[in-house]
Design a protein around this ligand. Sequence first.
Ligand code: SAH
Length: 527
Amino acid sequence: MTSDNTDKKTIKASGKVYLVGAGPGDPGLITLRGKYLLERAEVVVYDYLANKKLLRHAPLTATLIYVGKKGGGLHAFTQEGINQMLIGHGKAGRMVVRLKGGDPFIFGRGAEEIEALVAEGIPFEVVPGVTSATAAATYAGIPITHRGYTASVAFVTGHEDPAKKKSNIRWDKLATGAGTIVIYMGIKNLPIITKKLIDNGRDPQTPVAVVRWASTPQQHSVVGTLETITEVVHKADIKPPALIVVGEVVRLRETIDWYEKRPLFGKHVVVTRTREQASELVALLEEHGADCLEYSTIHIEPVDDYQVFDRELARIGSYQWLLFTSLNAVTYFFKRLYDLGLDARSLGGPRIAAVGKTTGDELLKYGIRVDLIPEKFTGEGLAESLIAAGVEGGRVLIPRALKAREILPEMLEGAGAQVTVAPVYQNVPPQGRKEQLREQLAAAEIDLLTFTSSSTVTNFLTMVDAASPEELHRLLDKVAIAAIGPITAKTVAQSGLKVDIQPERYTIADMVDAIVDYYNNQADSAG
Ligand code: SAH
């Protein structure tokens, strides 16, 4: 497959440590500078609050070190241990990215790490990040300032030991001194914090929001007043990491709340595409707020033997039709073509057809405008369209998976065509992750399964490995199922399961629209 990292030039002259703000959680909220540095890192040292998805930007060869420091919990590494680690890699001449949640200089102990580097003469840079306070407020629909409500905002730590005699925080000034007060690390001390604010003159009716895991699919917000919020948080069982937003601006959430209102927010969706193809489906689902659990039930690999393909490619000019029945067929066809030192110019001769619009669009990326796309995006649909276009006596080449349904070649041969199937890739079921999937199903943590081909269904069932049809039903009892088209749906039905969602047109985009409609309807009927 394509490797993103091949053209990333190294920027290293000698060892240097980059303290990079990872942003609040949403992996899209890292800065361009942060991403640029991650792509070139040799060592990444990352925290509990930095989203693991960001690690995908790092080269495959980078050393990834988790130093998870959970507030109040077990410290995997002491601050001194982390400092020494950064110094060690810096001295060894490595390009180190120290990835910290939010902004490294806002309650992140970033300065302490820099001071340690300075003491050892190790070069460094600091890249700011979107701090969780602004992200939590924004993603909860709260502007932290607003002309009509407040002209000032204070960022405060709530972590300070409340038993401390002399506090570093002047609660007497703060309580009424700042319009909006955002408190980090304050959940444990929430009762004390609210009391201090009220005792020092803040109106007990002041609205308060608490936002947990802001800007992630797990985001959970609750609203109360200084008087009630402790009870509200207790009832909702909100634990760290969470932020407390105090001030009149919290009222605006009623109008502005957007993130949690997206149609698939809070839905846990299993994406059973192949890892190589999951991105489009995942991106669209996430756009609507879904939490995607990517289980790659198929792993795609090139075939071991290209003999047939190479032979037929050499006489491609004798073919009337070249058919592409999947994205993978396109990818692996061109991979082989390029490996042979050829390009799209070698494809003169046959007309070219694609099974559907997505495959057609993919071909366009290689400079191929297809001559035919069937109205029905299935193998049968393609066969019917070709037969209607006249294939009798014609030679047809189908580059495709080693194992695939035979319906297309059979229908074409039945209509008098001479068909050659040339395998260019193969499906291999991957190992592992089975336990995790079964646990999530058993704990009812999954709302929806998505299937984009028959083989994703069969491979999913292999992965679940239910002992009996009864067990399968029990595990999938509360789980909705979406299938991209009738063939996939039939495979689902054959395993005794029910398809709840199926789009009219068999594309990823239409399937996601159908999923959104399904949940919108559910929300409507729930009142
Ligand atoms: N440097 C970080 C803050 C680190 S202190 C920043 O700029 O955001 C850790 C505290 O930040 C947590 O206890 C919590 O109060 C807050 N926090 C960080 N990420 C958060 C998130 N995604 N949702 C809610 N609170 C978060």
